[in-house]
Design a protein around this ligand. Structure first.
Ligand code: PLP
Length: 355
């Protein structure tokens, strides 16, 4: 605490990111990264970047990446925004669409950055309860509000909502922006991308950090009708016009160029996910139906906090949230097959020792 801090910063509880040990000693299943490298085309584009060009500012409009993303999803370039990771895009969107003092809604259990942005930007929020199986219903989003944010698939529960459910929320809230955070959509569930033309209040946020294996490049995107994208640009150009560096732009431009690699990578994770779910169920774990590149698991006899600690002692990092309703669950990213075998072996030992 410092006397120099503003009241907001004095009172805020910042988001706590998952550990990023730099020594590579751990099996990292704690931040939902992709275990496989980015597409060779991305790596080549970055390697071929003429470093002498670093003396110039980057393209502040991110034209190349926006064009590539628009072509990929069948949209116009003007319907795409590119930011420094989707966390930044989310923060900009909160500023662009939610007034200080207004009240937005999001699910009771969801991405823990949402309440942090609310606190930072002085936005009130109300959470919408989930059922006992962590399903998100629609009724809670039909109450008066000034905006909505939903992660689909949700984090950390890994469960997804149907497009019909999301459409009903959009239709009941025509005056408010509904943000759908699709960070994990390539692993399950159905994207809302094709509905952008129909709903002027729909903003989709996505990221290259998960299914495109580019968490380190920091690229997030927003998709919506032109007025929404203009709103986010107004925020960006009031804070920092050059959020993406030139090297990242080059890599990001190539990210959509290798569909075969993308599909193979995505399917590989989904296949490993099914195998790990079956193995965990055999060990009496409760596992939610995962639409994401991670699992949300709990064991009836062995507390999640114990498993978390014991895994860490064995060099395996997973995520534990010491929060009401989810403090007996772990979020486990899907790693490579070898990493998941190590994980399964370790949890088996831990629960056998405990019971
Ligand atoms: C639901 C959700 N949204 C957004 C993000 C942020 O991703 P990034 O800032 O790497 O694009 C994450 C990261 O884990 C997430 O889980």
């Amino acid at each position: 605490m410092s006397k120099y801090w503003s009241d907001t910063i004095r009172n805020i509880k910042p988001y706590v990111p998952g550990e990023q040990p730099q020594d590579m000693k751990y099996i990292k299943l704690n931040t939902n990264e992709n275990p496989y490298p980015p597409s060779p085309k991305v790596m080549e584009a970055i390697q071929n970047y003429d470093l002498r060009r670093l003396r110039l500012y980057p393209d502040n409009e991110c034209n190349g990446v926006r064009k590539a993303a628009a072509d990929y999803y069948g949209l116009e370039k003007s319907q795409v925004f590119v930011g420094n990771g989707s966390d930044e895009v989310l923060a900009f969107a909160f500023m662009a669409f939610f007034n200080p003092g207004s009240t937005i809604l999001f699910p009771e259990i969801s991405y823990s950055f949402y309440p942090v942005y609310c606190e930072l930007f002085k936005i009130n929020f109300k959470t919408v309860p989930l059922d006992e199986e962590f399903n998100i219903g629609t009724n809670g989003f039909f109450q008066p509000n000034n905006g909505i944010v939903i992660a689909n698939p949700n984090a950390p529960t890994a469960k997804c909502m149907s497009t019909e459910q999301i459409i009903s929320i959009l239709e009941k809230n025509p005056e408010n922006v509904v943000i759908i955070d699709e960070a994990y959509i390539d692993y399950g569930g159905e994207s809302m991308m094709k509905y952008i033309k129909d709903y002027p209040n729909l903003l989709i946020i996505s990221t290259f950090s998960k299914s495109r294996s580019l968490a380190g490049l920091r690229i997030g995107l927003a998709f919506g009708q032109v007025e929404l994208i203009e709103g986010i640009n107004r925020v960006k150009n009031s804070i920092n016009s050059y959020t993406i560096d030139s090297i990242a732009l080059k890599g990001a431009e190539a990210a959509f160029a290798d569909e075969a690699y993308f599909q193979e990578n995505r399917k590989r994770i989904i296949k490993t996910r099914s195998r790990v779910i079956s193995a965990l169920k055999k060990m009496n774990f409760q596992v939610t139906d995962s639409c994401a590149n991670f699992l949300f698991i709990g064991h009836q006899q062995c507390p999640a906090a114990t498993i978390f600690k014991e895994l860490r002692n064995r060099g395996i990092l997973v995520r534990y949230f010491n929060k009401p309703k989810i403090d007996n669950y772990l979020r486990v990213s899907i790693g490579s097959d070898e990493e998941m075998d190590e994980f399964l072996k370790a949890v088996n030992e831990i629960i056998t020792d405990f019971i």
